[in-house]
Ligand binder design. Structure first.
Ligand code: SF4
Length: 390
């Protein structure tokens, strides 16, 4: 029988005031000397800090940088963002993934942008009341843009703190997280909360990395219980993850006069608000057949189709599941039948027009199976958002 993991003594999460001051000054000195020069670090403008923090959720700095620049070029102020349509925002976000972030950003912009002059929330609680702003993001914005003495705890900081305190329990367990939040608040330098939070993030991203922490050059080595005990590779302890379930689906590329039917998905759920081919889940990949396609199209669109032809399959990994999608091309059987899609909007688009709608990665892969013209049009989608929106 496996032995239970030892509990981290509460004493490990406490730190003496003298040691805390040393830790703060070592970390801040290192950060001010070594931090990467990132566009969102050159400003304390709440709008830019907010956009960057939302983009950085689950996404690497290198990926975010060009999106951040293009997004600000397209929407330089919160008022411009609030005035934009959701399609414009999703187009600018396209390729960054986790589209609920863009929808929430837009919704929150319409809430803040309503006030004249714009009244920014200044404390973390007020930020957390906005759509899509969790505890970490609220704390990061309040500390960086408004000097609020509130600690932030993201994945990078959690790893650093778990190692500093040699936490031998799973660091993502709720009870351990609560203690790490307290430790983060206890360590925070109230004189420079924004820099301190960013310094811990930077340390986690560049020095105290998941697989190869560079303890020899770490400014916090003298304070690190994991390094002292030789446990830095074993911490943070992770809970075993369940394998992502496999899901199958089929998509119908319904052709009519050289155009294809695209639907906009509803406002909730995975890929909400994005455009794509009519799709339906199937019990398994073997059930994605031409007969199943014919049966599925009617309730999805109100249309009848003929001559379905499998174009191929595409795979896509979402956060919690892996999808295999079989794409069929088919012709409209009855030209007089009226479109009655349950989706909020529908459009017949030539391949060259695919670039006018925000599409998920999955839909881009599916549409690419339609041929060279579609692939060429989809490549144009990587054009800067500012150009698309001009
Ligand atoms: S000494 Fe090593 S394990 Fe400890 S905080 Fe620094 S890099 Fe991380």
């Amino acid at each position: 029988m496996p032995r239970p993991a030892p509990r981290t003594p509460a004493a490990l999460l406490a730190i003496a005031p003298v040691e805390r001051r040393r830790l703060q000054s070592r970390l801040l000195r290192w950060y001010r000397r070594c931090a990467r020069d990132l566009p969102w670090r050159r400003t304390r403008d709440p709008y830019q800090v907010w956009v960057s923090e939302v983009m950085l959720q689950q996404t690497q700095v290198r990926t975010v940088e060009p999106y951040f620049q293009r997004f600000l070029a397209a929407f330089p102020t919160i008022r411009r963002l609030a005035a934009a349509s959701i399609d414009q925002v999703l187009l600018a976000w396209q390729g960054l993934g986790y589209y609920s972030r863009a929808r929430n950003l837009h919704e929150a912009a319409t809430i803040i942008g309503r006030t004249r002059p714009v009244r920014w929330p200044t404390d973390a609680d007020a930020w957390q009341a906005l759509p899509g702003v969790g505890r970490y993001t609220a704390a990061a914005i309040a500390s960086i843009a408004f000097d609020q003495p509130v600690a932030a705890l993201d994945g990078n900081i959690r790893r650093v703190l778990a190692r500093l305190a040699a936490v031998r329990e799973p660091a993502d367990a709720p009870a351990v997280q609560a203690r790490l939040w307290r430790l983060a608040q206890n360590l925070l330098d109230p004189a420079a909360p924004g820099d301190f939070n960013q310094a811990l993030m930077e340390l986690g991203a560049r020095v105290c990395t998941p697989r190869a922490p560079a303890c020899r050059t770490c400014p916090l080595r003298a304070h690190c219980r994991a390094a002292r005990a030789g446990l830095q590779q074993a911490i943070p302890v992770r809970r075993p993850r369940r394998a992502a379930p496999q899901v199958s689906a089929l998509a119908a590329a319904i052709r009519h006069d050289g155009r294809y039917l695209l639907l906009r998905r509803g406002p909730r759920g995975l890929l909400a608000g994005l455009w794509g081919l009519p799709m339906v889940e199937t019990p398994g990949p073997c059930d994605a057949t031409a007969a199943a396609l014919r049966r599925a199209v009617r309730p999805l669109t109100g249309l009848r189709v003929r001559s379905p032809r499998a174009l191929g399959t595409v795979s896509h990994v979402f956060t919690h599941r892996k999808l295999t999608l079989t794409v069929f091309e088919c012709a409209l059987a009855d030209r007089r039948a009226a479109l009655s899609a349950p989706a909020p909007e529908a459009a017949w688009l030539a391949p060259a027009e695919f670039a006018t709608r925000p599409l998920s990665e999955l839909d881009r892969k599916a549409l690419a199976l339609l041929g060279a013209e579609a692939r060429h049009a989809l490549q144009q989608r990587t054009a800067p958002a500012a150009a698309v929106l001009a």
